[in-house]
Design a protein around this ligand. Sequence first.
Ligand SMILES: [Zn+2]
Length: 346
Amino acid sequence: MAQVFPRTIDLTQCPICGGEAYSEFFSAPDRLYGTPGEFAYVKCETCGSIFQNPRVMDEDLPACYPKGYYTHTAEERDPFENEASIFGGTGIRNRLRRSIAAEVMNPKSSQSTLIRFFARSRTLRQRAFHGLVVDELLPRGGDSRRALEVGCGSGELLAKLRALGWRCEGLEWDSRAAAKARERSGCPVGVGTLEEFDEPSVKYDLIVLHHVFEHLSKPIETIKALQQLLNPGGRAVLIYPNQDSLGAKMFREFWLHWDPPRHLFFTSRSGIRELASKHGFRFSARTGSRAAEVCSAISRSYRSGVKPGHATKVDGLDKLYKAVQMLMIFVGLHVGDEILVTLRKR
Ligand SMILES: [Zn+2]
């Protein structure tokens, strides 16, 4: 009997580069939420990106997300309300934080040589801002500090960005999530998609897509929209699963971040670099191992055949996995479970 849900369409081209040659990569069921069927992924022979093909139709995608999908991150209290609470406090540690943060936000501020040296370390920069966000999202000199988060879910990251001094807006296609995000972050949150967002009244210095790009069905349209919405010199930060990670290689079709059928494509490093330069962006990227131990624990449980949604516990093996991944990144290999791409508008 033909499968009725979700309906799929056959793609004849790579959604990233338009290449027409691709080969089978793997197929897997939805181990997380149990959407019926098996979902096939192919690998583009031109740019190396991996994409779902046949792909779930746009009309059927919303039903592949369970109710309350956006709330699956823990509902912790947001620790900081504003810049004053982040950079408050006395003592040497807080003074150091303030000095390094000032150097990041205003590199021409007259800091000592030692502070300037500290501020060259990504780890220390992130720590100066209490590790609230990754380095790519810290406010920098010259920004007018207008930020947009696309796919902001229930507003956890939006609240943090606001606390760091960004003047934030959110955009979210799920109206219930948008209402939550407004309440949690105190920022304006629109309901809709990036492509519908044309002719904006303001432009942004920062646009964030945090584990969102791989869910959107028209990546080239997304990149064009980012170009339209950014100020010259502004940046889009795209954080998404790294198809060339240690996890993808080790766990193969059981890797957590394939997440069929919700993840529609995975953009290779060279694929996103090409796309960026074609649309007037300067490109940089690194890979990271945040939450790698959780990825390992869940991927291992998938491999051992547990039912979707089963709770998993991190053990020593998962911590070892993360340590190995961190070491490999440290020696210059791009094997982190996530890739953090910065596209700077020329
Ligand atoms: Zn391609």
